[in-house]
Design a protein around this ligand. Structure first.
Ligand code: NAD
Ligand code: RM4
Length: 260
C-alpha cells in the first residue's frame, strides 16, 4: 500500500497576512516567518517605520510592506485595513500581536495606565479582528485570526494587574470569535507565550536575581526568544491547522506546569 503523500510542511504561498506591532520583538519574528513560508506580509507599526524589518525580509526574497496605525485608534485601524486590502488584494491571515505592559504597582497606578493598556491590548484586538473578519467573510474563502495572548491569561502578575485581564480577555475573545466565524471557515486561536526576552520586559529582567529565578523555573532551562513563537504561529496559519479553532497554544518552555 502506498503511504499517503506528505504535505509540504508550513507553506503559505499566495496567502496574504497582516501582523500588528511587527516592528520588533515577537511580531517581527512572526512577520519574518510568515514571509519565509511564502506569505505576502503587511507589517503594522505604531511609531518608527521599521525599515530594517522590511529590508531584511525583502533581501531574503520575501514580499512585505509597512503600514502605520495605532491599533487602539478606530480611524487609524480603518485606514490601515483599506491600505492592506488594496496592497495585498485581500486578507487571509491576521496576527494580533501589538501589546504593551508598563509594569506598575497596583496601589499607585493612575487610571490612565489601566485605560491605555486596555485600549491597546484588548480594544485593539477587537478593532483589527472585526475589520479583518469583514474582509474575510466578504471574500468567502476562510481565514485565520491568531492573537498573542500570554501565560498571563492563566496566572496573575504583581505589577501586571492592568495587563493580565487584557490577556485573559484576548483568549476569551478568540473563543467567542471561533464560534461566530467558524461557519465562515475562519479559525480563531490564541497563542500564549511564557517569558520571552524583548523590549517589553528588558527592564524587568535586568535584575540578575529575577532573571536567574525565571530561568530556573523554566524546565527547558532558558527564557524564550521571539523566534520561539514564530513556528507555532506559522503552524496555526497553515492548512495543517485547519481544524484547530478556539484553541490556546501555550509556548512557555513548560513554565506554567512547573508549579511544585
Ligand atoms: P515589544 O515591546 O518588543 O513589541 C510590542 C510591539 O507592539 C512593538 O512593535 C510596538 O511598537 C507595538 N505596539 C505597541 N503599541 C502599539 C499600538 N498602539 N499600535 C500598534 N503597535 C503597537 O514586546 P513583545 O514581547 O514582542 O510583545 C508582543 C506581544 O507579545 C504583546 O502582545 C505582549 O503582550 C505579548 N507577550 C509577550 C511576552 C514576553 O514575555 N515578551 C509574553 C507573553 C505575551
Ligand atoms: C508576559 C509574561 C512575561 C512578561 C511579559 C511582559 O505576559 O507575564 O513574564 O515578561 O508579559
Amino acid at each position: 500500500m502506498t503511504a499517503p503523500q506528505a504535505r509540504s510542511g508550513m507553506d503559505l504561498t499566495g496567502r496574504r497576512a497582516l501582523v500588528t506591532g511587527a516592528s520588533r520583538g515577537i511580531g517581527r519574528a512572526i512577520a519574518e516567518r510568515l514571509a519565509e513560508a511564502g506569505a505576502h506580509v503587511a507589517v503594522n507599526y505604531h511609531a518608527t517605520e521599521p525599515v530594517d524589518v522590511i529590508a531584511g525580509i525583502t533581501d531574503r526574497g520575501g514580499r512585505v510592506f509597512a503600514v502605520r496605525a495605532d491599533v487602539a485608534d478606530e480611524m487609524q485601524v480603518a485606514t490601515m485595513m483599506i491600505e492592506v486590502q488594496q496592497r495585498l488584494g485581500g486578507l487571509d491571515i491576521l496576527v494580533n500581536n501589538a501589546g504593551i505592559c508598563p509594569f506598575y504597582e497596583f496601589l499607585d497606578m493612575p487610571v490612565e495606565i489601566w485605560d491605555r493598556t486596555q485600549a491597546v491590548n484588548l480594544r485593539g484586538v477587537f478593532l483589527t479582528s472585526q475589520a479583518a473578519a469583514r474582509i474575510m467573510v466578504d471574500q468567502g474563502t476562510g481565514g485565520r485570526i491568531i492573537s498573542i495572548s500570554s501565560i498571563s491569561a492563566l496566572v496573575g502578575g504583581g505589577q501586571q494587574t492592568h495587563y493580565t485581564p487584557t490577556k485573559a480577555g484576548i483568549k476569551s475573545f478568540m473563543q467567542s470569535l471561533a464560534i461566530v466565524l467558524g461557519p465562515h471557515g475562519i479559525t480563531c486561536n490564541s497563542v500564549l507565550p511564557g517569558t520571552i526576552t524583548t523590549d517589553i520586559n528588558r527592564e524587568d529582567l535586568s535584575d540578575p536575581a529575577k532573571r536567574a529565578y525565571m530561568e530556573k523555573r523554566i524546565p527547558v532551562g532558558r527564557l524564550g526568544e521571539p523566534e520561539d513563537l514564530a513556528g507555532p504561529v506559522c503552524f496555526l496559519a497553515c492548512d495543517e491547522a485547519r481544524y484547530v479553532n478556539g484553541a490556546e497554544l501555550l509556548v512557555d518552555g513548560g513554565l506554567f506546569v512547573n508549579l511544585q
